[in-house]
Structures are given as structure tokens and as C-alpha cells.
Write a protein that binds this ligand. Structure first.
Ligand SMILES: Nc1nc2c(c(=O)[nH]1)N(C=O)[C@@H](CNc1ccc(C(=O)N[C@@H](CCC(=O)O)C(=O)O)cc1)CN2
Ligand SMILES: Nc1ncnc2c1ncn2[C@@H]1O[C@H](COP(=O)(O)OP(=O)(O)OP(=O)(O)O)[C@@H](O)[C@H]1O
Length: 205
């Protein structure tokens, strides 16, 4: 196993342990903490359109945040995993979710045109770990590294959809224990602008 696989394994184990040992009240408190931090970030940025994810298996719980967003007129885009390890996106409508290829709930609505995340104000993305420099370790298929590479940078719009818009702000959502000193890094890894945990929102320089 390489360094990335070892760190993923450790984090997968810690998440499973948390799910197995916490009480229902603790799970509700964890969910409420993530909702509070995610809501604070969204309001702070004034984000009107957010690309998010539907949590599964020990991930930070985004369900109440997604409900809050719809209740407050914030559009939510959700991903569907494609066989070539890229994501397509659909606007979320309340209740319109069905399990995808990995058992993760996915939106059932029509796919948005490619490059859709460039039209979001904020991307909230899953991760296994994030380090103090903003480098992110994902779950090993490169879905989000490809997504962030397609977003490009502020200098050159990566797509027609992005032209004339600022690059969306990108935050990873992880447990506080998953913010580490340094994650193993490769050339294709894309950094994030910040990280949201159950305790706080950090913006990286
Ligand atoms: N809630 C949620 N939705 C998400 C993601 C996520 O991390 N969380 N994704 C984030 O990418 C995408 C799905 N990505 C996945 C990435 C890896 C594996 C997986 O089975 N990984 C293996 C190890 C790697 C491999 O098999 O090549 C494993 O964990 O055992 C599954 C889904 C899109 N939607
Ligand atoms: N921009 C990219 N274009 C093409 N292939 C890529 C790109 N980014 C990553 N990959 C490939 O995806 C695979 C997984 O990469 P890596 O282990 O860094 O994923 P990860 O960061 O854990 O996952 P994710 O990006 O989904 O969070 C590798 O084979 C890598 O070469």
C-alpha cells in the first residue's frame, strides 16, 4: 500500500468506528454542527448556487444543510458518478435521489451541461483528509481532481460556462481529525480554498 492508500485506510477505519460507537444524540449533534458551519460559510460568501454532495457511510452529514439551502432559495447541484471516473451534475429537487453505482444517493433530474460546476459560487467536496496547505486527499478514483482540473484557474476560463465568472470557491468537508499536517501529494492533485469541519471553517491563504 502506498502512503495515500494507508491514510485512506486509517480514515475509513476511524469513520467506521465513529459511526459504530456514537449515540443517536451524538450523531444528531454532529449533523447540527456541520449544518451550522456549512450554513455560516454559505451566508458569508453570499453563495446562491452550491455544488454539494450527499453523505454516506460516516461522512460529514450534509442532509440538513441541503434542506436549509433549498428552504433559503440557494440552488444545490449534486453529482452522478460516471464509468470514466468523471462527474455529471444535476440540480437537486427535494426528495429526487436514488442510489448510484457506489450506493451513494444521486440526483434523478436531467444532467446539466458539462462545465456546470463553473457556474456555482461554491463547491463543497468530500475528502479523506486535507492538510494545512490546502492539499486534499480524495477516495482514489480522481473524480474531484478531474473536476477541479476542469474548473481551471482564475487566469483562463476553462469553459464557456465559466467565461465572465469568478472561479467558484472550493471547500472540502471533513471531520476535524482529518485536517492533518501534510497529505501525500502528486502532480495532478488540486488544492482547495478552505475546509469545513464540525468545529470550524478554515480559509487557506
Ligand atoms: N458522498 C459522496 N459522494 C461522492 C463521492 C464521495 O466521496 N462522497 N465521490 C468522491 O470521489 C464520488 C464517488 N467516488 C468514489 C470514489 C471511490 C470509491 C471507491 O470504491 N474507492 C475504493 C478504493 C479505490 C478504488 O477502488 O479504486 C474504496 O474506498 O475502497 C467509490 C466512490 C462522487 N460522489
Ligand atoms: N486531472 C486529471 N486528469 C486525469 N487523470 C487524473 C486527474 N487527476 C487525477 N487523475 C487520476 O485519478 C487517479 C486517482 O488519483 P488520486 O489518487 O490522486 O485521487 P484522489 O485525490 O484520492 O481522488 P478524488 O480526486 O476523486 O478525490 C489517478 O490514477 C490519477 O492519475
Amino acid at each position: 500500500m502506498d502512503d495515500k492508500q494507508l491514510l485512506r485506510k486509517r480514515i475509513r477505519g476511524a469513520r467506521a468506528e465513529r459511526v459504530a460507537t456514537r449515540t443517536a444524540a451524538e450523531a444528531r449533534a454532529h449533523a447540527a454542527s456541520f449544518t451550522e458551519q456549512l450554513t455560516r460559510l454559505t451566508q458569508g460568501l453570499g453563495a446562491q448556487r452550491v455544488a454539494c454532495f450527499v453523505s454516506h457511510r460516516g461522512e460529514p452529514d450534509t442532509a440538513d444543510y441541503i434542506t436549509w439551502a433549498l428552504d433559503h432559495g440557494v440552488e444545490i447541484m449534486l453529482p452522478r458518478s460516471l464509468a470514466d471516473n468523471t462527474l455529471e451534475w444535476a440540480l437537486h429537487e427535494r426528495g429526487a435521489l436514488a442510489p448510484g453505482p457506489f450506493g451513494i444517493p444521486e440526483p434523478t433530474g436531467p444532467a446539466l451541461p458539462s462545465g456546470a460546476t463553473a457556474t456555482a459560487d461554491l463547491l463543497l467536496i468530500p475528502a479523506a483528509a486535507v492538510d494545512e496547505g490546502g492539499w486534499r486527499l480524495g477516495w482514489g478514483r480522481g473524480f474531484y481532481d478531474r473536476e477541479l482540473a476542469a474548473l481551471g484557474d482564475t487566469q483562463a476560463p476553462a469553459s464557456d460556462a465559466q467565461r465572465g465568472r469568478p472561479r467558484p470557491t472550493v471547500f472540502a468537508v471533513v471531520w476535524e481529525a482529518e485536517v492533518v499536517g501534510a497529505v501525500p501529494r502528486e502532480a495532478h492533485d488540486a488544492p482547495v480554498d478552505g475546509v469545513v469541519t464540525e468545529e470550524r471553517v478554515r480559509h487557506f491563504g
